[in-house]
Structure formats: C-alpha cells, structure tokens
Design a protein around this ligand. Sequence first.
Ligand SMILES: N[C@@H](CCC(=O)N[C@@H](CS)C(=O)NCC(=O)O)C(=O)O
Length: 217
Amino acid sequence: MSLTLHGYWRSSATYRVRIAMNLKGLSYDYQPVHLVKDGGEQKSEAYSRLNPTQLVPTLVDDDEDIILNQSLSIIEYLDEKYEQGCKLLPEHTLDRARVRSVAYDLACDVQPITNLRILNKLKGDFEADATYIESWQQLWMSKTFSALEKKLATRAGKFCFGYDVSLADICLIPQIYNAKRFNLDMKQFPLISKINENCNSLDAFIKALPENQIDAN
Ligand SMILES: N[C@@H](CCC(=O)N[C@@H](CS)C(=O)NCC(=O)O)C(=O)O
C-alpha cells in the first residue's frame, strides 16, 4: 500500500482525511503544502499539476495510479476500498443519507465560505480587517452549529449519530477546531461540544490534530 496525502496542518479538509485514515488504520506519507508561505504553495506549478483546483488535500494512491481531490470523495474512496478499521458510513441507506447530510452541512455549506481564499478576497477587495474577518467566521459557523444542535438532538449518543464514529464526526471536529481559532464561544453549543470532547479522547483524532503534524508552526 502506497498512499501519499498532500495537505496542510491547519486545513480542515486535510484534517478530515487524516482522521479518516487514522480511524481506518491506514499508514501514509504526508507531504506538506504551505498555504501561506510565498503566496501559497498550493498555487505552485508542481502542485497545480497534481491538483488544478489549487486546494488541499490531494491523495495519491500509487498502487492504483490514482490522484484524487475533495476530502469527502477521498474518504469514501478509502472507506470502500479498505475493509480494515472503522466503517465510516453506516450500512443502512437512510442512516447513510443522514450522516452525509451533516457532513455536507459542514463541508459544502460552511467551510467553502470561511476558506482562506474567501478571507483573502474580503481583505483585498473590501478592506476587511481582523475584527470583520472574525465576525464573518463566527456568523457562518454559528448558523451551522445552531442547526446541528437541533438536527442532532434526537440522534446523538457519544458521537453525532449514536455510538459509532462516522463521516459526520470527521467533518464536525475540524470545523469546531477552526471555530475556536476565530474565538467562537462554543458554550452556546453544548451537544456538539460534548461530541468534540468525546472524539478528541480517541487516538485517531488526537493523532490528526493540527498541532501534532510535522508542518505545524
Ligand atoms: N471541498 C474541498 C475543500 C478544499 C479546501 O477548501 N481546502 C482549503 C484548506 S481547508 C485550501 O486549500 N485553501 C487554500 C486557499 O484558499 O487558497 C475538500 O473538501 O477537499
């Protein structure tokens, strides 16, 4: 097995894939792509050849001669290809749709509008200062988190859905990490805060923490 993950320590999309790979017990080579240094290594010629979207992460599976971007598609690919470790999506159709619905709330609705390139555009074109950026991040993240508190109220156990870790948790924990960076008061969201605590007591999540990566600075 020869898997390489190109990513950045503080990228929430890369963080999702790290958690997933740890939960599945997959070992991989990690290639840092610095999103800020020299205007962003994601825009370099070499990285753009690998991933023309100029976003991280990218997974290279040398055994299959495959290059994949989009964290959710990478995670589902790995989950289907490798039987080992946790199953990241439930067996039952409706359960699977519910898990994906939470994953998409986070990965399709909130992460894209709170991403680095959006923040840079706000700063460059509208002179948004640090206070404005923080309020922007807090606004969109708190809308999603408020909805999740309600959506998960009758579904959560130790994790988003009962007592099995799933793709929903894999997307939630990096988003909470990001929210804390922008000083969002997580006390407003007791249910997801508890899920965050539960996930972060597991080795797979601890090992995936941004500060535990070789490129953390
Ligand atoms: N939907 C993509 C999102 C990828 C993405 O937005 N990555 C961010 C880091 S979390 C990035 O590379 N940002 C660089 C930039 O904005 O220039 C995925 O899930 O993989």
